[in-house]
Design a protein around this ligand. Structure first.
Ligand SMILES: Cc1cc2nc3c(=O)[nH]c(=O)nc-3n(C[C@H](O)[C@H](O)[C@H](O)COP(=O)(O)O)c2cc1C
Length: 330
């Protein structure tokens, strides 16, 4: 049974990797992830705000000491509240590389393709095998059209490509009018991987205090469906590796992602719930399934449920939408 896959140019023994989460801060935990069968790890993000604060004393171009911005900047954590400073982040990457044999992917998280991205050189020099760029942004300015945000994404990848030799994966939001074209632009800009998708941490509202409060909920399998759709649409049509993050909880979820076209599958909530052994559970579940369906290599099953051979994917999507609505019986 051959479960090996290729992700960002690395040959992994199986597709199940640890996504960015606090599990990547502690060396012993990282070793336990490797022992549990994890095939690569994404280290939690270093944020643009941390880098610009340390380098220029500014957050989003605003002087952190200027009283005019005091109100808006109080929403951000103080430098001391982050688990690692930028320098310590680079040292951490070097230590993780020394401690485990699996590929180590660093993560930079921000909203702009500006000079802070040059910190990625330090991360590369520290030994990271690849970089995951997370351009998480909720665009609240009503005057900014979607195309501007898309260009920003593309420019950030192009800028990174200029300074880095290691492969770059881009973790993105699904909320674009035409995500397929965004994926193509990332491909043209040189992304080696597309990580689908960012989960937006949506604040709830406390009805007693009448104020919003942010909270982190671990994902459920329901979140996987949106990812399956876009994997199925992109499979075979763009060059970057496709990796899913969000809603993979069981071996069956992982198999669905591979059938839709994923090259690799990231897990976070499942590991936080079940511990590092869930990687072995995922791999063994995949092997049993492949055996039952007489597949000897992963490539034989990957993308089987994609739209690669569908002549008109848009008509297929529309037809299924209508059929689903019509199928409800009252
Ligand atoms: C506690 C926590 C911390 C996270 N930190 C990061 C992070 O630093 N950078 C990042 O890109 N994603 C981060 N994520 C998002 C995860 O990498 C992942 O995309 C998300 O949890 C969906 O995957 P899952 O359904 O397997 O949990 C975090 C998620 C959780 C739950």
């Amino acid at each position: 049974m051959e479960t090996a896959t290729s992700y960002l140019g690395f040959r992994l023994p199986h597709p199940f990797i640890a996504g960015a989460s606090p599990l990547g801060f502690d060396l012993d935990t990282i070793k336990r992830l490797e022992d549990g069968g994890c095939s690569a790890i994404v280290i939690p993000s270093l944020f643009e705000e941390q880098i610009t604060l340390a380098a220029q004393g500014r957050i989003r171009h605003r002087d952190a000491l200027d009283p005019v911005w005091a109100e808006s900047l109080t929403h951000f954590p103080d430098a001391a509240e982050y688990a690692l400073t930028p320098d310590r982040y680079a040292e951490h990457i070097a230590r993780v590389k020394g401690a485990v044999a699996i590929p180590v992917i660093a993560s930079l998280n921000g909203t702009s393709g500006e000079s802070w991205l040059r910190f990625s050189r330090i991360i590369e020099q520290a030994g990271a095998d690849a970089l995951e760029l997370n351009l998480y942004e909720v665009v609240t300015d009503l005057s900014i059209p979607g195309g501007v945000i898309e260009h920003q994404l593309r420019d950030a990848v192009s800028e990174l490509k200029r300074v880095l030799k290691i492969p770059i994966a881009v973790k993105v939001s699904p909320f674009f009018a035409a995500f397929g074209n965004v994926a193509r632009q990332l491909d043209e800009a040189g992304a080696a991987g597309i990580v689908m998708f960012n989960r937006f941490y949506q604040p709830d509202i406390d009805t007693e205090t009448m104020t919003p409060f942010p909270h982190v909920e671990l994902s459920t399998g329901a979140e996987l469906l949106l990812r399956l759709r876009w994997l199925a649409i992109l499979f075979g049509r763009v060059r970057p590796s496709l990796v899913v993050t969000g809603g993979v909880a069981t071996p069956d979820d992982g198999i669905k992602a591979l059938l839709a076209g994923a090259d690799a599958v990231q897990l976070v909530s499942a590991v936080l719930r079940e511990g590092p052994s869930c990687f072995t559970t995922m791999r063994e579940g995949l092997e049993r399934w492949m055996e039952r369906h007489a597949f000897t290599r992963l490539n034989e099953m990957r993308g089987r449920a994609s739209l690669e051979r569908t002549v008109d994917p848009a008509a297929f999507e529309r037809a299924n939408y209508i059929r689903t609505l019509q199928s409800w019986k009252v």
